[in-house]
Design a protein around this ligand. Structure first.
Ligand SMILES: Nc1nc2c(ncn2[C@@H]2O[C@H](COP(=O)(O)OP(=O)(O)OP(=O)(O)O)[C@@H](O)[C@H]2O)c(=O)[nH]1
Length: 370
């Protein structure tokens, strides 16, 4: 009988290193003669991670919505189509950095009802530097989301360890272990992990059903009381809903989501820690000055915790992939294989749109003057 296609979910906060990890995985599988496929999800209107991966790979894009809510229904269809059209050896779903993996499990497991595929697990990439700050605060939406993303991981990659000292890393590992005692935990720089770890993700019964390593062993048909918080920390609110993974979690899809092209506002729902995430997508009409752009990046307010884009700098006439994550900017010269416009996407909580608009207007005006 035909083997089911293994499916992996890549989770982790914005800018933690998911795409970096995905590129490594794809390269490694392709070197072995295998055919991986990818489902990319971006909050903005353009798929810049697809550019960052820069490899020939069958890819489905779910743009301008968060995979765990607005475009969740599309996820199952995207996976199904990839399997039908491309017959891949494995599928990797890269979620937006604000997605809750438990919600994505819904979409994936639903698809497994009508397609031969098997969810192998959730790989969560954690940004060590960011985790230091968030664990010091130990409260707030972002902190809770990081905790949830870690709890449900079958494999946690503690990434960007180059930015944090050893004693702090040890304490971060303790925190992660406290959140998730059963998942595998590895340290990494630039998401460089031993990729054979992926083969171990379906070994344990705890990871078998839902890819959730919270240790409760979510058997199919497991019963949890209403509104309770069981020991893995998942809240079970409202009416129980049996979803594909069989863990009995209520994923609370009754609340209303209101996404438009720039603002992503979510009302209600414990799981949705990204109520106030907003995205500002700015297309550029031409090349801009690199120094002026770098100065703009230096002025970005704290609320902007992630930005990325493709830009043409008039002083070099080259195109660059721009990345900004947790106050670190990075520029990589690129020659895109696919047609991408010059664009910058800013992501953050309650980001000042008018400020960004004015800054970008000025940048473009300067570009036009000279
Ligand atoms: N210093 C440092 N930077 C890293 C490391 N890993 C990744 N980065 C940089 O962090 C930035 C974000 O990396 P990505 O792999 O795009 O992160 P992501 O999680 O896919 O980001 P989103 O798609 O926005 O969610 C890039 O500039 C990377 O080069 C690391 O271990 N150390």
């Amino acid at each position: 009988m035909e083997h089911p296609v293994p499916v992996y979910i890549l989770a982790g906060f914005l800018g933690s290193g998911k795409t970096t990890l995905l590129s490594r995985i794809i390269r490694s599988l392709q070197e072995k003669g295998q055919k991986p496929a990818v489902v990319m999800n971006e909050l903005g209107e353009v798929n810049l991670d697809g550019v960052a991966v820069g490899l020939e790979v069958p890819m489905a894009e779910l743009l301008d919505g968060c995979i765990c809510c607005t475009v969740q229904g599309d996820l199952g269809i995207a996976v199904q189509q990839l399997i039908r059209d491309e017959a891949p050896d494995a599928i990797f779903i890269e979620a937006t950095g604000v997605a809750n993996p438990m919600e994505i499990l819904d979409g994936v497991t639903e698809a497994s009802l009508y397609t031969r595929m098997e969810l192998k697990g959730v790989i969560t990439v954690a940004d060590a530097a960011m985790l230091v700050d968030e664990t010091a605060k130990a409260s707030g939406k972002t902190y809770r989301l990081l905790e949830e993303q870690s709890r449900c991981a079958s494999l946690i990659v503690l990434n960007k360890t180059d930015l944090v000292d050893e004693p702090v890393l040890v304490s971060l590992e303790e925190t992660l272990r406290g959140w998730n005692p059963h998942g595998l935990l590895v340290r990494a720089v630039k998401s460089d992990i031993d990729l054979s770890l992926l083969d171990r993700l379906d070994g344990s019964p705890k990871q078998k059903n839902a890819g959730c390593a919270c240790g409760e062993g979510h058997g199919h048909g497991a019963e949890h009381g209403h509104g309770e918080e069981h020991s893995c920390g998942h809240e079970h609110g409202g009416e129980q809903k049996e979803h594909g993974c069989g863990c009995g979690h209520d994923h609370d899809h009754n609340h209303h989501h209101d996404h438009d092209h720039h603002e992503h506002e979510h009302s209600g729902g414990y799981h949705h820690s990204h109520e106030h995430v907003m995205v500002y997508t700015r297309y550029l009409s031409g090349p801009v000055d690199s120094e002026a752009f770098e100065a703009l990046v230096g002025r970005l307010p704290e609320e902007v915790y992630r930005a990325k884009g493709v830009l043409t700098f008039k002083d070099t006439s080259s195109r660059y992939l721009f990345q900004y994550a947790y106050r670190q900017a990075d520029f990589m010269k690129i020659t895109p294989q696919i047609n991408v416009p010059d664009v910058v996407v800013f992501i953050g909580e309650q980001i000042p749109r008018a400020f960004l608009e004015a800054e970008m207007d000025r940048l473009e005006a300067e570009g036009a003057d000279s």
